[in-house]
Design a protein around this ligand. Structure first.
Ligand code: GLC
Length: 751
C-alpha cells in the first residue's frame, strides 16, 4: 500500500539576521555552512554553501561552479577570464546584513530544502533555461528535473534541460539567483500571490547558491557567464542552415536530399543523419545494409560543401558481441542499480546500458569513440535522449514527491569523485556531461577545428560545450509563437546557441506555417528544419515552386546576415550576451519592452516582429524609441516610441534595423564554404551610422590568439570611415563595398 506522506514541517535552519545556524530537529541536515561575497564583471555576488556533516567542504564535483571541474582548467584554457577564488571573502558582516531580496533558507527534512526570496508585485522573472512559457515566468511553478515529454502543452512543467538561474528585475536592479545543484528543484514564482518565490530542493548533498546583483542586465549576464562559462565562436558552417528529418534512413535518400538542396539553390551547410544511419541503433556504427558506402556518401556531401551531423544517444545496446558494450562492461563504465546489478533501460536499440558520464574516465573513453565520426569525415555530433530518457519508464520521480528516496532507490547510482551518489542527486548533469564528452572528443581528435555539438538536455554552463535545441515541438502555430519567449529565456540563461525545429517536429506542417516559420527561423541562432517520420515531409521544396522561392529568399537573408551574426557571437564570447534578446535588453527603461513576447532583438541593431498566427497578414509591432528602417526596404522610415499596424506578406523578412546602424552583409553564397571569397557590403541604415565588422577564419581557435580582424565603421554625412581595432588574421583578398542610401561604392579597410 502506498504510504501517505506527511506534509513537510518546515524549520528555518539559519536566521539570516542574528544568530548562527539554528538547526533544531534531529532529522535535520547537521552540516556546515559558509557565506562569502565578492564582485566581478560589474555585479556583486554572494555565495552561500551548505554541505553534509563530516565532509571537509561543499560538494566538489557536481556543481558547475566548482573550480576543480571547470574554472581553472576550462576558462583558462579557453583564454576566458575566470573567477579568481582568492577574491571571495568570508562574509562576517553577513550577521548584520540581510541577503538581497531577503533570501532565506530552511529545512523540512534532511533531504528537503526550501529557499524563499521576495518577489514584489512589480518584479519580473526571466531565464530559468528551457521553460514552456512566455518571457515573464512569474505566477507558476517550474520544476527542474531533466525530463523528456513530447507533448509540449501548457501544463508541461519540466523539460529536457535544467538551468537553475533566474533573473529578477526589480525597480532599477537585476538580480540573478543561481541555485547550483543538479538535483530536483521546484521554483514557485509567486503562485500563491504572496509576493514570495519558493524553491524546494531535494538533495542530501548540500548546495551552492549564488545571488548576483547588477545595475544592468548585460552586467548580470556577463557575471553569470564568467562563473559558468561561455560558448566559443561556433564554426561558420554551424551558423548556416541545417536540413534534417527523422530519418534520411538510407544512402540514396541522404544523397538525393543533398542533391535536391543544391538543385534548389537554397543555401545550406549541413544535412543531418538521425538514428537510422546506425546498425540497429548501435552507437558509433553505421548500417552496412542501408549505407553500404557510408564514408563515400559523406565525402560526396563534403564535395558539395555540405557537412554531416550524426545523432548520438547515450544508450548502448546490451549485447555481448557489440564491442562498445563489451568494452564498457569490462571497464565497469555503465551505471548500476542500488543493489549492484546492471541498470537496463529501453531505448531505440532495445535493452540498453548507460555510461556514467559523471566519471572523468568514462567521458574520456566515450570521447575516444568519436573517432568513428572523425574517421568518417562527419563534422557535427547531435546528443539526444540524454536526460536520460527511457521508453519503458515514466518520469523517475513523481512530481509531488516530498522527499528524496535513499541513494540506492534512485533508479541507479553514479560515481562522483567523493563517492557514490544516487542518480536523482545529479540527474540534471547527465546530458551536460555527455555533451561535454562529445565536445572534448571532437576537440581532442580535431584540435584545429571548433567542434559542433548539439544537445537536448543540459545544465547551467552547457554553453561551453554545445548548442541546444528545444526538443520535440509540433507543427502548431502555438509552438511557432512560443519559440520566441522560450529562446529569449534560454539566452538569458547564458546559452546563446539555441533554436527549435523549423516547421515543427511532430504533426503535419502546412505550407503557410512552414513559410512563416522560416521568416522567424532565419533569426534562430541555431537554424534547422527537422521533422518526425510520423508527420508529413516539410523540406523547403515540398510545397511547390512558389513556396520554395519564398523560402529560398528567406534562407538567403540568413546567409546575407552571416557577418552580422558572427559579430553577435563575438559579443557573446566577450561579454556573455545572448544572440536573440528581449527588447528590454537594449531598452531597459522602456516599460513596454517588458510585456512583449512576440518580438525580439537579433543583436541590438535588428528587431524582429514575426507573424505567428494563421491567416494573418498584418500585425501590430511595437517600435522602441528611435527610428526604424525595414531590413528589406530602406526607403521607409518608421518612427519609434509606439505601436504600429504593419502589413506583412507571406515570405517577407519581418525585421527592422535601428537607424544609425551599419549592418555588414555577405554577397549571395550557397554555403559558408564560399564565405571567405564573398563580397562584404557595409549597409548604412541612415546618413550617419556606426557598426563593427569582424573577420576570422571561421574554423580554428586562432581567434583566441589574436587571429582576427576588427574594424569600427562609421558613416558621417554620407562618407564612410573605418578604423582598424585589430589585425591578426590574413584574410583572402575580398571586395568591400559600402552602401549608403542605395549607392554602392568600393572601399578599402585600413590594416
Ligand atoms: C527524439 C528527438 C528527435 C529525434 C528522435 C529520433 O524524439 O527529440 O529530434 O528525431 O528522437 O531520434
Amino acid at each position: 500500500m502506498k504510504k501517505v506522506q506527511e506534509r513537510p514541517n518546515w524549520t528555518e535552519a539559519r536566521q539570516l539576521k542574528g544568530r548562527k545556524a539554528d538547526l533544531v530537529d534531529h532529522k535535520m541536515f547537521q552540516g556546515e555552512f559558509k557565506a562569502e561575497k565578492t564582485e566581478f564583471q560589474g555585479a556583486n555576488v554572494v555565495k552561500l554553501q551548505a554541505w553534509p556533516a563530516g565532509e571537509e567542504g561543499p560538494p566538489e564535483s557536481f556543481a558547475v561552479s566548482d573550480p576543480s571541474e571547470f574554472r581553472h582548467q576550462d576558462l583558462e584554457d579557453n583564454g576566458q577570464e575566470g573567477v579568481d577564488q582568492s577574491v571571495w571573502y568570508s562574509w562576517s558582516a553577513y550577521e548584520e546584513e540581510s541577503m538581497p531580496l531577503d533570501l532565506r533558507w530552511s529545512q523540512a527534512d534532511e533531504s528537503r530544502w526550501r529557499f524563499t526570496f521576495s518577489l514584489p508585485s512589480d518584479a519580473k522573472c526571466f531565464g530559468l533555461g528551457e521553460r514552456l512559457s512566455g518571457v515573464n515566468l512569474r505566477g507558476r511553478e517550474h520544476t527542474l528535473f531533466a525530463y523528456s515529454d513530447a507533448l509540449h502543452i501548457p501544463s508541461l512543467d519540466t523539460m529536457y534541460m535544467s538551468v537553475p538561474f533566474l533573473v529578477v528585475k526589480h525597480q532599477k536592479r537585476y538580480y540573478g539567483v543561481f541555485l547550483d545543484s543538479p538535483a530536483w528543484q521546484k521554483w514557485n514564482l509567486d503562485m500563491d500571490l504572496d509576493e514570495t518565490a519558493k524553491i524546494d530542493l531535494l538533495s542530501r548533498r548540500g548546495w551552492t547558491l549564488f545571488m548576483f546583483v547588477a545595475e544592468t542586465l548585460p552586467d548580470l549576464l556577463a557575471a553569470y557567464t564568467t562563473l559558468t562559462g561561455r560558448s566559443n565562436l561556433p564554426p561558420d558552417w554551424a551558423l548556416g542552415y541545417h536540413q534534417s528529418r527523422w530519418s534520411y534512413g538510407n544512402q540514396e535518400t541522404f544523397l538525393s536530399v543533398a542533391e535536391q538542396i543544391r538543385e534548389s539553390q537554397i543555401p545550406c551547410d549541413c544535412v543531418v543523419l538521425d538514428i537510422d544511419y546506425m546498425d540497429e541503433y548501435r552507437v558509433f556504427t553505421h548500417s552496412k545494409k542501408r549505407f553500404p558506402e557510408f564514408k563515400e556518401s559523406i565525402d560526396k556531401l563534403n564535395a558539395m560543401n555540405l557537412k554531416t551531423t550524426c545523432i548520438l544517444d547515450p544508450g548502448v545496446k546490451k549485447e555481448e558481441r557489440f564491442s562498445v558494450y563489451a568494452d564498457g562492461k569490462k571497464r565497469d563504465f555503465f551505471v548500476r542499480r542500488g543493489d549492484g546489478r546492471s541498470f537496463i533501460g529501453k531505448v531505440w536499440p532495445g535493452a540498453s546500458v548507460f555510461p556514467d558520464f559523471l566519471r572523468h574516465d568514462v567521458r574520456v573513453w566515450w570521447a575516444a569513440q568519436h573517432g568513428f565520426f572523425v574517421d568518417n569525415n562527419i563534422q557535427g555530433v547531435w546528443n539526444d535522449m540524454n536526460e536520460p530518457c527511457f521508453l519503458d519508464k515514466p518520469c523517475p520521480l513523481p512530481p509531488d514527491s516530498e522527499q528524496l528516496p535513499a541513494d540506492k532507490n534512485q533508479g541507479f547510482v553514479q560515481q562522483a569523485p567523493e563517492g557514490k551518489v544516487g542518480h536523482f542527486e545529479v540527474r540534471n548533469l547527465y546530458g551536460f556531461q555527455m555533451a561535454r564528452a562529445s565536445f572534448e572528443g571532437l576537440l581532442a581528435l580535431r584540435p584545429e577545428e571548433r567542434p559542433f555539438v548539439l544537445t537536448r538536455s543540459g545544465y547551467s554552463g552547457v554553453q561551453r560545450y554545445s548548442a541546444v535545441w528545444l526538443g520535440d515541438n509540433m507543427s502548431w502555430w502555438e509552438h511557432l509563437a512560443l519559440s520566441v519567449p522560450m529562446l529569449i529565456n534560454v539566452g538569458l540563461s547564458g546559452i546563446p546557441f539555441c533554436g527549435v525545429d523549423v516547421g515543427g517536429f511532430g504533426g503535419d506542417c502546412s505550407q503557410e506555417l512552414l513559410i512563416r516559420w522560416y521568416e522567424l527561423g532565419i533569426f534562430y541562432p541555431f537554424f534547422r528544419n527537422h521533422s518526425s517520420m510520423e508527420g508529413a515531409v516539410q523540406e523547403p521544396w515540398v510545397f511547390g515552386e512558389e513556396a520554395e522561392n519564398k523560402i529560398r529568399h528567406l534562407v538567403e537573408m540568413r546567409y546575407k546576415l552571416l557577418p552580422y551574426l558572427k559579430r553577435l557571437f563575438w559579443e557573446h564570447v566577450r561579454n556573455g550576451a545572448p544572440i536573440l534578446r528581449p527588447l528590454f535588453w537594449a531598452y531597459p527603461n522602456d516599460d513596454n519592452a517588458y510585456g512583449i513576447d512576440d518580438q525580439f532583438l537579433f543583436g541590438n541593431d535588428i528587431m524582429v516582429a514575426p507573424i505567428v498566427k494563421r491567416g494573418h497578414d498584418s500585425r501590430v509591432v511595437y517600435f522602441p524609441p528611435g527610428r526604424w528602417i525595414p531590413l528589406e526596404n530602406k526607403n521607409e522610415i518608421i518612427a519609434g516610441g509606439g505601436y504600429k499596424l504593419i502589413k506583412h506578406e507571406l515570405g517577407k523578412v519581418p525585421a527592422y534595423v535601428r537607424e544609425g546602424t551599419i549592418i555588414p552583409t555577405s554577397s549571395a553564397i550557397q554555403s559558408t564554404a564560399e564565405y571567405e571569397e564573398a563580397q562584404i557590403t557595409f549597409e548604412s541604415f541612415g546618413d550617419s551610422a556606426i557598426g563593427i565588422y569582424l573577420e576570422d577564419d571561421g574554423t580554428s581557435f586562432e581567434y583566441e590568439n589574436d587571429g582576427y580582424n576588427e574594424w569600427l565603421l562609421r558613416v558621417e554625412n554620407g562618407e564612410f570611415k573605418a578604423d582598424c581595432a585589430n589585425y591578426g588574421y590574413i584574410a583572402p583578398d575580398r571586395t568591400y563595398l559600402v552602401d549608403i542610401n542605395g549607392e554602392c561604392s568600393q572601399v578599402k579597410l585600413p590594416k
